[in-house]
Design a protein around this ligand. Structure first.
Ligand code: GDP
Ligand code: MN
Length: 331
């Protein structure tokens, strides 16, 4: 596990127990009858003053039992009459929260420790927003991908801010986000970018860990949808490059744009050229292709290569459908 210590994100201040801020926790739901009860109970188990927690379920016309289950658990339930996407639902909820701090968390996710809210509140004395790093339990490609990405997120946070936030845990000081961008599937990440644009840091921290259910079926489709959303996010965020004041964050945006939009094509072009020249009998090219396939024995490289192909496919698919409202995969 990468340590925060060298970049010193940790805030050594403790919480003044008489002075807990009111925290509004928003859970967006669409057909979450299987997960919502456990999710709410999980939050109620948190080591935080109960009367300083406002739990809000914002549901977009689920056609299952989600709303009834949530209502029985004595939390606030906001119901939308039709489904217009997660960001739209979050905006609806955001207008009606009372907390000084807002936490967004997906219904099908969980937090590793009972002091998660407490830690976030302490971090938010120093930063504008905070997100978790992610653990994956039931899928090996996703798990390798996450290990790689967690290191990136923590590194970016050390430099200034990470431009990627996770729907499993996204906390910020209210007022820093007026609304979530409804045109981008990655509503969570675009809000982290918005906070950084305002001159506040948005960090991923290694002592707030969350996990989510990875679909059992349709993993590739799920990953492509997520990749499409990130591509939408970085295509949009790069346009703000001249508004960014921090030099480190500027570099981070450019590198992330490169990673998500350019690098996949470079790999595909290089592989294609190498294949053609191998067919034409070039021994060096043949050797390179051989070396490439040998390198795929490493799970890290294999995962990285798979992700490059998925990113390229996602870019093309984005031209046809942005999937702002999506079909839920079986988990
Ligand atoms: P994934 O994590 O990318 O697979 O996306 P999910 O399908 O798990 O959605 C993330 C969270 O947003 C879950 O809690 C969903 O129930 C919720 N969600 C997805 N679409 C909508 C929507 O249109 N309206 C609301 N209110 N919540 C939604
Ligand atoms: Mn999910």
């Amino acid at each position: 596990m990468l340590s925060n210590s060298k970049c010193n994100l940790k805030n050594n201040e403790d919480l003044d127990l008489d002075n807990y801020p009111l925290v509004s926790i928003i859970i967006p739901t669409y057909n979450e009858e299987k997960t919502i009860e456990e999710k709410i109970k999980d939050i109620l188990r948190q080591d935080y003053e109960k009367d300083k927690m406002e739990i809000i379920v914002v549901d977009s016309a689920s056609n299952d039992n989600t709303v009834n289950i949530a209502k029985k658990l004595n939390v606030k339930v906001f119901q939308q009459s039709e489904r217009r996407g997660k960001a739209n639902a979050l905006n609806y909820a955001l207008k009606n929260v009372n907390g000084d701090i807002v936490i967004i968390t997906d219904a099908d996710s969980s937090w590793e420790t009972l002091d998660t809210i407490k830690k976030a509140v302490i971090y938010l004395k120093k930063f504008g927003g905070v997100t978790c790093i992610k653990k994956v339990r039931n899928n090996s490609i996703e798990s390798t991908y996450r290990d790689l990405y967690n290191v990136l997120r923590l590194g970016e946070s050390c430099i200034y801010s990470t431009p990627i936030a996770h729907g499993e845990f996204l906390a910020f000081r209210r007022g820093l986000i007026e609304s979530f961008n409804e045109e981008i599937g990655a509503d969570d990440s675009s809000s982290s970018h918005e906070i950084s644009l305002k001159g506040e840091r948005f960090v991923a921290v290694n002592d707030i860990i969350c996990s989510e259910l990875v679909p059992k079926e349709g993993y590739i489709h799920w990953r492509i949808r997520r990749a499409k959303h990130l591509i939408q996010h970085f295509s949009r965020a790069i346009r703000d490059i001249n508004k960014v004041k921090d030099k480190g964050y500027k570099k981070i945006l450019i590198i992330e744009y490169y990673i998500h939009l350019i690098n996949p094509w470079l790999l595909i072009i290089a592989l294609s050229l190498d294949l053609i020249s191998s067919f034409l009998g070039n021994i060096i090219s043949l050797f390179l292709i051989f070396a490439f396939f040998i390198s795929l024995l490493s799970s890290q490289i294999r995962t990285w290569v798979i992700m490059q192909f998925l990113l390229a496919i996602s870019q093309i698919k984005n031209f046809f459908n942005k999937e702002i409202v999506w079909k839920k995969e079986k988990k």
